[in-house]
Design a protein around this ligand. Sequence first.
Ligand code: AVI
Length: 322
Amino acid sequence: MSMHVFDLRDDGRTPPDSGLLEIVQRGLRAQPKSLPSWLFYDERGSALFERICEQPEYYLTRCETALMREHAASIADTLGVDVRLVEYGSGSATKTRLLLEHMASPVSYVPVEISPQPLRESVARFAERFPGLPVQPLGADFTRPLRLPIPPRAPRRTVIYFPGSTIGNFATRDAVALLRKMRGEMGENGGILVGADLKKDPALIEAAYNDAAGVTAQFTLNLLARLNRELGSDFDLSAFRHRAHYNALAGRIETSLVSQRAQQVRVGRMLAKFGEGEPVRVEISCKYSLEDFAALAAKAGLEVLRVWMDPERMFSVHYLVR
Ligand code: AVI
């Protein structure tokens, strides 16, 4: 089990302890080249991600919010009373608010977030909206084992909320390891409420990652700007292009930065060579059928107790139990 948790450190989603330079050099030495997707989320990258969520092609946020508007009462009813709600991430304002509004006597709300500023904002937001609700922020990387704060009173159950299809950014083996870790944290009687994007017309999926306004392309390229700033590397941003392609066989979007010409880039003392058209993989976004997701959960020793979908059946939220 702890082996699996440590495996998560190489999954492309998990911020490391070891030096950034080392991680980047290792990724650029690999064949094919790849860089971890957590590198997207510096201040500008996080702001760009917010803008992605507003793009008309990026249906995920719109559909998950519609789902929560439609089903929050039923979801809250399924979770039951006296729940401690632990959210992986810093309180996706609308969705979490909708859920908490319908929950009967929640014991506490525990947002888990590695970046201090979003965590502070989340606490302020929820304290204002739910004055009677104990908010117990936890500054931590949710992919690592967590020590949850002692709740103000004994909860009937702990529910881990993981919205937004972030589970899809983990390869299967790492997603299973993460679900297994959650299974331990929720305890015997607990549950996991997790958002997952559904398989659908590949054209719709591809459009979501190739918005016409080019925000996703900016988001992807910002990764190189971040490396230039933080490592002093000399990536020429105009010599790389964003590419997001739906691999129907694997059921996932594969996002790469593609070198537009043969070039060399200095990264620390390393001179990284890129061929013309050579891709650097920076993200995967897995899409599931309901059966796929149930099979994934089963690998982690979990079963789907209930599933909800938005009216267009684009997005799903699953309630998993032991
Ligand atoms: C955070 N995650 C669920 C997003 C996704 O859809 O995979 C990240 C993203 N990458 C490009 N657009 C959005």
